[in-house]
Design a protein around this ligand. Structure first.
Ligand code: ARG
Length: 468
């Protein structure tokens, strides 16, 4: 039985049904659909639309369905078009004709928009917890490896020395922004469309503010037309995930590169590597490759759904049903990735000696230019003079510190014999002590700040309630 057959005389083509039915993917909204319906039945009772016994019967029936869902015994039927029809069908089976009163003044348009928001209000705190744990893993690893020095890169070419922990912490701040953005999405998700009807509002005297509060929303929507067609919150969640995925994929790519035989800065523990069916010697970073590769999927989900939304005419359109698979797939993917990324960071083995070996004298070329600056040479000229020294050292096949003093003097008399003191990694790092730099105390300050943020995030949040 469809929810809408009255003015139809013939059957719907089977292909249309199969094409249009959303039950195969929206059944995961079952629990929130029932929750929304219970609150709606109570709102109808409070508005005097249902008498107390009718409402009680409906609520009891719905609570029974909620138990079935929790027990895994709620079965969808071949006739169910979507989860809303399935729940109403089951309610009718349980309580008879009174079930038909539940939908008074309600449309599946405000119902599905409400369900999807309720679903996200459950899911977002779990995503936030996963993100917080990944951030914690990054901070712990940063504190653990604080003494490790490595080459920092630009253009994938050695640039300046930095602490491995500085690199790790660079990811903390990206994830911190991801969490801020998620909290921002969460705020806009917590607006209740229920009581908007199909598009123009409800004719029943429902207290929509009370209904919103009953369901844990922080407000009721302001415009019924906007409320039923708005999927900005889905687009926001998808673009949020796409950007998070961009961060995860570049983290993964860096670790793939650094764990290669040629670079060898880090090793992947066995539990996070897989073998080859043909080549016995292989230990492949499949998990990291998937962490990188999922970017295509999640960016695609975001871009795809924005295309669905683009140019839709006013009001609910069935195109909007496309929100669910994109959203569910994205949520599932992120929920798998976050704990995996955290475990990878926690178990990463670091080869400090290999990283130190990769720090050659050229990595200190900028420091040598700073040495000349300290002797009164304008930076632009120092840059050129050090470039000349680099050329000569390369010609002779020696490290910069071993270029003879007379060669340095021939380039410029400001180079003195004390320049060898520049070639000290500890000194180079210590010089970068301004806030945000890679000096050990500056990285420790980052770690402290990160820990403060993590601790603050753990404090209980204000319960969602309607502002007075
Ligand atoms: N399954 C539909 C969806 O996901 C529910 C809303 C249907 N509304 C309608 N007017 N056909 O969007």
């Amino acid at each position: 039985m469809t929810l809408w057959g009255g003015c139809f005389e013939g059957e719907t083509d089977d292909r249309v049904r199969q094409f249009g039915d959303s039950i195969r993917f929206d059944h995961r909204l079952a629990a929130v659909d029932v929750r929304g319906s219970i609150a709606y039945a109570e709102a109808l009772r409070d508005a005097g639309v249902l008498v107390a016994e009718e409402a009680a019967q409906i609520v009891a029936g719905l609570e029974g369905i909620a138990d079935e869902i929790a027990a895994g015994t709620f079965a969808v039927d071949a006739v169910d078009e979507d989860i809303h029809s399935a729940v109403e069908r089951r309610l009718t089976e349980r309580i008879g004709a009174t079930a038909g009163m539940l939908h008074t003044g309600r449309s599946r348009n405000d119902q599905v928009a409400t369900d999807l928001r309720l679903y996200l209000m459950d899911v977002i705190p779990r995503l936030r917890a996963g993100l917080a744990d990944l951030k914690r893993a990054v901070v712990e690893a940063s504190a653990q490896h604080l003494g490790v020095v490595m080459p920092g890169y630009t253009h994938l070419r050695p640039a300046q020395p930095m602490l491995f922990s500085h690199w790790l912490m660079s990811h903390f701040w990206k994830l911190e922004r991801d969490e801020e953005r998620l909290c921002d999405v969460e705020r806009r998700v917590a607006v209740c469309p229920l009581g908007s009807g199909a598009l123009a509002g409800t004719t029943y005297p429902i207290d929509r503010d009370a209904l919103a509060a009953r369901l844990g929303f922080s407000a009721a929507s302001e415009n019924s037309l906007d409320a039923v067609e708005d999927r900005d919150f889905v687009a926001e969640l998808l673009t949020w995930a796409a950007l998070l995925q961009v961060h995860l994929s570049s983290l993964a790519e860096t670790l793939i590169l650094w764990s290669s035989a040629e670079v060898g800065f880090v090793r992947l523990p066995e539990a996070y590597a897989t073998g080859s069916s043909l080549m016995p010697q292989k230990r492949n970073p499949d998990a990291l490759e998937l962490l990188r590769g999922k970017a295509g999927r999640l960016i695609g989900r975001a871009a795809g759904f924005l295309c669905t939304l683009k140019g839709l005419p006013s009001g609910y359109n069935k195109d909007l049903q496309e929100d669910k698979e994109a959203l569910f797939d994205t949520v599932d993917t992120v929920a798998l990735e976050l704990p995996l990324a955290a475990a990878l960071i926690r178990t990463l083995e670091v080869d400090a000696a290999r990283m130190a070996d990769a720090c050659d004298d050229e990595l200190l070329a900028t420091d040598l230019a700073d040495y000349l600056v300290a002797r009164g040479v304008p930076f632009r000229r120092s840059h050129f003079l050090v470039g000349q020294a680099v050329l000569r050292a390369r010609d002779r096949g020696v490290p910069l510190r071993s270029l003879p003093p007379e060669e340095y003097a021939a380039i410029d008399p400001h180079f003195g014999s004390d320049l060898v003191a520049v070639f000290d990694l500890g000194r180079s790092l210590a010089a970068r002590s301004a806030r945000g730099g890679t000096a050990t105390p500056a990285v420790e300050a980052q770690i402290d700040e990160a820990r403060r943020k993590l601790a603050a995030a753990q404090r209980p949040r204000r319960p969602a309630s309607l502002a007075p």
